[in-house]
Design a binder for this molecule. Structure first.
Ligand code: GDP
Ligand code: MG
Ligand code: K
Length: 299
């Protein structure tokens, strides 16, 4: 992995709180379109990653807390809670969510599990639901007395601007570190698959209606050299002889444009140099060929 230029900080952030306080909503807002299973280096998979947000200067890895249990008090849960406490001590920051103007016994039980050696940010969610705004300040002051919170941030998890403000605050608590994940590693799809998708998209976008949907992209070869360079050989399959000159264009200009734009997109996505070679081949009736379809990813 090459590290995206400029990233100075990276860290793991646990998101905790009783059910319904808005944890999932907040993570979706913070991570945006990038919520997905992410591919990771093996040593970073100790935590279940909920999502990654990469900014120019910091990478935020939001993690789940396994076995978080506040409902029942028994020996098993107590030992599970010890695991929780351990996990919370290992991350770089904890977001503890509660709801505005509410502090329930379930919140209290979560509070008891908070680590003291890790910065805990109290996120007071759903401020948009507070009709009586003057009541918020004394509520925040009372909450501040319950635990040595590093920060107290009232917000609405539904609001993207609030999410950005929270990132700015949490970012300060992340250690200086190389990013753990590729800047654009937002999916568990392989680069090979993504490369085919990008190329296919360019074919359709730049060729328009002239080529009906009987086009498929196959990545014949995909190699990553030690320098990071991706060497990709792709075949654009068409099912009629007449389609080949359309894709090639005069003097091969059209195919050149397709492959240049595809390569540029791949370089951005993979944060690496890409050497892309494309061929157009005719395979009449390929759409009927189940084995080929499968090899192209259309199951
Ligand atoms: P979780 O159980 O902690 O993951 O909570 P969810 O993210 O599933 O949210 C529980 C409910 O609260 C959902 O109906 C959300 O739409 C709602 N919710 C979450 N955040 C906010 C917020 O900031 N404002 C409002 N009005 N509703 C919210
Ligand atoms: Mg949830
Ligand atoms: K860590």
């Amino acid at each position: 992995m090459t590290s995206p230029a400029g990233i100075r900080r990276a860290g793991y952030i646990a998101v905790v709180g009783r059910p319904n306080v808005g944890k999932s909503t907040l993570i979706n807002t913070l991570v945006g379109a990038k919520v997905s299973i992410v591919s990771s280096k093996p040593q970073t998979t100790r935590h279940r990653v909920l999502g990654v947000r990469t900014e120019v200067d910091a990478q935020f890895v939001f993690v789940d807390t396994p076995g978080f249990q506040t409902k029942h008090r028994n020996a098993l849960n107590q030992s599970m809670n010890r695991v929780v406490t351990q996990v919370l001590a290992e991350v770089d920051a904890v977001l503890f969510l509660i709801e505005s103007l509410k502090f329930t016994p379930a919140d209290e039980r979560v509070l008891k599990l908070l680590p003291t050696g890790t910065p805990v940010v109290l996120v007071v969610n759903k401020v948009d639901q507070v009709a009586d705004k003057p009541r918020l300040l004394p509520f925040l002051q009372a909450a501040a007395g319950r635990f040595p919170f590093a920060e107290i941030v009232p917000l609405s998890a539904l609001d993207g601007k609030d999410g950005d403000r929270l990132l700015g605050i949490v970012g300060k608590y992340l250690p200086e570190s190389e990013p753990f994940f590729e800047e654009d590693a937002i999916t568990d799809r392989s680069e090979r698959f993504l490369a085919a998708e990008i190329l296919r998209e360019k074919v359709f976008r730049l060729t328009g209606d002239e080529i009906p949907y009987g086009v498929a992209v196959e990545i014949e070869q995909y190699e990553t050299e030690p320098s990071g360079l991706r060497r990709i050989h792709a075949v654009i399959w068409v099912d009629r002889d007449a389609h080949k000159p359309i894709l090639l264009g005069k003097g091969g200009e059209h195919l050149k444009r397709i492959s240049t734009e595809a390569r540029q997109d791949m370089e951005k996505l993979f944060d690496a140099k890409v050497f892309l070679q494309c061929w157009v081949k005719v395979k009449s009736g390929w759409t009927d060929n189940a084995a080929l379809l499968k090899s192209l990813g259309h199951e």
